[in-house]
Design a protein around this ligand. Structure first.
Ligand code: GDP
Ligand code: IMO
Ligand code: MG
Length: 429
């Protein structure tokens, strides 16, 4: 039938989890295809909050299938904890959770190396989540990676761990002065993890294609955001995976012809966690107000998120990178506290005005935003459930975004809860 990609259009934390949970009502399969537990996706259903790091955000719908694809990196301890927490809340996974046996495993040396590399970078640190994501993806490209299929194979894992650990211990000790890891301890811990994860390990490529052939609707859940993409983001202040929509193909094993559309999640203002340029960042009281009102603190690390105005130069670039076909706008309810809303429509770089987002951080870090001002609505829109109920100034802001990006705003989210959602048109076009 059809497959849609849900992608973060900014620097992550756009509200992808909430939107995936909402849209899962129209799908049978929800697939994570990149990233790891650097992601923190928050769902609020019947007033209860659930934060997911690895399990797809469709999981709260008991009749839907969840897949963790080959393009992800998995920390088994985090994954098992997440499974246990969800099970304690009454969720059942039998026959509806499948994890790709080709997904790479985050090993203890990855987490140690992530932190050690950040320390080594000093003032040039990236501000990673410290979850071992970069080193795990580096090992995949370097072909030192251990995959779920290796982990759950009782013959393969001990041998593979022996060779890889010998090499990694050399690096830990000689390059970073870190204590080497004990083979027997790691082996014992990971054999326990393997026993827990073995029932879910599968060739997910086949499952996805069988579902597709059977006419099921598939939603691909992006993690992070377009500006954190390894190739197209604000390198080196990015994550280590392909976060733009194209990553779905390699990260799950489908061809481009299977993708019917790309639903871009846009927060009504901008946020960023970690280091790196952010042209519309507000370092003043308004930034503080947005952070406080929007509760902009990381769902994974608890770090305060940097806040700023919506940046349409950045969003137009994201639209190009993803081929975005529809927009879901999130958190405009937070803007109810400001008198005037600013939207960045162009940059001025070294005195030259441009509509184009620069590909190099050296240019982006000196870009000055050119703003257009719109009147705020100074009211609570979280109770609105239809487009017509929205105040005129809110509608005017949303329509201006639509116009600046040339992409329809299909859904407006007005609160964290599943029901706090306005469906204006279908995003499945
Ligand atoms: P994700 O990483 O893209 O899934 O986003 P996060 O879950 O990290 O951050 C988004 C935060 O905003 C979470 O706390 C959500 O519960 C919350 N949220 C999502 N949509 C809305 C919305 O429309 N309004 C408000 N007020 N909060 C929202
Ligand atoms: P979700 O899916 C926001 C950021 C980190 C850091 C950079 C690299 O919840 O939107 P990494 O640990 O990936 O090597 O860190 O990327 N980052 C995120 N920022 N939301 C995320 O995920 C992020 N995942 C990584 O803060 O700047
Ligand atoms: Mg998040």
């Amino acid at each position: 039938m059809s497959a849609y990609v849900i992608v973060g259009m900014q620097w992550g934390d756009e509200g992808k989890g909430k939107v995936v949970d909402f849209l899962t009502q129209y799908a049978q399969l929800v697939v994570r295809h990149q990233g790891g537990n650097n992601a923190g996706h928050t769902l609020v259903v019947n007033g209860k909050q659930t934060v997911l790091h690895l399990i797809p955000s469709g999981v709260l719908h008991d009749d839907k299938t969840c897949i963790i694809g080959n393009g992800t990196v998995l920390d088994p301890a985090v994954l098992i904890k997440e499974l246990d927490n969800l099970a304690a809340g009454g969720r059942n996974f039998a026959g509806r959770l499948f994890i790709s046996d080709s997904a790479h495993i985050i090993m203890p040396y990855h987490t140690i190396l992530d932190k050690a590399q950040e320390k080594f970078r000093g003032a040039n640190k990236i501000g990673t989540t410290g979850r071992g994501i970069g080193p795990a993806y580096a090992d995949k490209a370097d072909r030192f990676g251990i995959r779920l299929g290796d982990l759950v194979d009782t013959d393969v894992f001990p041998k593979k761990l022996k060779t890889v650990l010998e090499y990694k211990n050399t690096i830990l000790r000689d390059s970073f002065g870190e204590a080497p890891l004990d083979y027997d301890t790691v082996l014992k811990d990971f054999q326990k993890y393997a026993d827990r994860l073995r029932p879910y390990a599968a060739d997910t490529v086949k499952i996805i294609h069988d579902a597709y052939a059977a006419g099921k609707q598939i939603v691909f859940e992006g993690a992070q955001g377009s500006m954190l993409d390894l190739d197209h983001g604000t390198f080196p202040y990015v994550t280590s995976s392909t976060t733009v929509a194209g990553g779905v193909c390699a990260g799950s094993g489908i061809g481009p012809k299977h993708v019917n559309g790309v639903i871009g999640i846009v927060k009504a203002y901008s946020t960023r966690v970690g280091e790196g340029p952010f042209p519309t960042e507000l370092l003043d009281a308004t930034g503080e107000l947005l952070r406080k009102t929007g509760n902009e603190f990381g769902a994974t690390t608890g770090r305060p998120r940097r806040c700023g105005w919506l940046d349409c130069v950045q969003l137009r670039r994201a639209a190009l990178l993803n081929g975005t076909t529809a927009i879901v706008l999130t958190k405009p309810d937070i803007l109810g506290v400001v008198d005037t809303i600013k939207v960045c429509t162009a940059y001025e770089i070294n005195g030259v005005r441009t509509l184009d987002f620069p590909s190099q951080v050296s240019k982006l870090s000196v870009a000055k935003p050119v703003y257009e001002e719109l009147p705020g609505w100074k009211s609570d829109i979280s109770k609105c459930r239809t487009w017509d109920e929205l105040p005129a100034n809110a509608k005017a802001y949303f329509l201006r975004i639509e116009q600046l990006l040339g992409i329809p705003v299909a859904i407006v989210s007005v609160g964290p809860g599943r029901e706090e959602t306005i469906e204006r048109t279908s995003p499945f076009v």
